[in-house]
Design a protein around this ligand. Sequence first.
Ligand SMILES: C[S@@+](CC[C@H](N)C(=O)[O-])C[C@H]1O[C@@H](n2cnc3c(N)ncnc32)[C@H](O)[C@@H]1O
Length: 395
Amino acid sequence: MTEGRQIIRRTGKTAQAGVGGTGLQLFATVPLGAEELTAAELTRLGADTIAPVRGGVAFSGDRRLLYRSLLQLRTASRVLLQLGQFPCGSPQDLYDGMRTLPWGELLTPDMTLAVDCTLRDSAITHSHFAALKAKDAIVDLLREKTGSRPNIDTKTPDLRVNLHIAKNQATVSLDACGESLDRRGWRLDRNDAPLRETLAAAIMLHSGWDGSVPLLDPMCGSGTLLLEGTSLALGQAAGAGREFGLMRWLDFDRRLWEQVLREERAAAKESLASPVLGYDRDPKAIIACRENARRAGLAYNVAFDRKPFEEAEPCGHQGVLVMNPPYGVRMGDRSSLEPLYRKIGEVFKRRFTGWTAYLLAGDLELAKLVGLKPSRRFVLFNGPLECRLLKYELY
Ligand SMILES: C[S@@+](CC[C@H](N)C(=O)[O-])C[C@H]1O[C@@H](n2cnc3c(N)ncnc32)[C@H](O)[C@@H]1O
């Protein structure tokens, strides 16, 4: 057994709370509205004791599951490994509680450290103050043990600690991600108003598209929906090829990581049975899409073409159409968009009989102008903006 395994097992044991069950206590932070989708993803990955809460999903599993969750989860923003919980009604409680955790096994003085803090309904009311106090406790402990202290690096630390204090109860975790999970690494972000990859994944998971029928996005922007959907349908590991924070942990098991990565890559398909097409009227968007597809390794799976929505044609008797038209918050002006939404309804009715369409609506008044009755509505958040994903069955 490696030193690393001992560390993780002990930290797992020190956790006084969490989801229960055996193994590591883990928590995925999730954009609002996508919690059940993340829970379903975790079920498919074989996680234990999955418990969705607002803004996240608690789960447990072994180290392999932790690595797989980083590589595979598409709707989650971060994965945290819980170290421990303690009552925290005062700054002294916080300082003392932090010192009960096994920092000496997680950090050496030549490593860098950062502490992030979120607070809710607690006696301590300033998150920056709480983060400083927690950092002091860790640094003091290490200095007493070793004679020197780790430095602080808030941008790219070797160890990022997550402190969450709610109702005077502190939960201390390690952030396994580094950069958040939505940063898949393939997007150049050249075009306006791209969706976050996590939101695009949530939309594609709601659609249930599996590659067996054509997929079309007639206003594809940066191509996020199509690239995320194709990668999902191929079963690719979303995080393959990128760096994660836990790779700098003392107990990082590179051999296991490489093995998990090989298995995930071997399980992915190379191509899909049906075409995937993206149109946009903006030539810059099409250039960005093609570059993004190339960077994502999907250049041969997805085709992009410059075309106005008004000329979009179905590429088969049935298929899935996804779209995220402009809705006036970040692009375009609301009243000038009204004709576009009427046109969407017209094109759906006239040309896409037999298809199922999903429209992400940031403005429900505009969406009503589509003039068709959605068969389902899903609530999703685009950042702080509450949106509806509307499903239309175009008989
Ligand atoms: C909100 S963005 C889509 C972002 C995209 N879902 C992504 O994540 O990258 C809307 C896109 O619709 C395109 N668009 C607007 N009106 C259009 C029309 N009539 N025909 C084709 N594309 C249009 C814009 O050029 C823009 O790229």
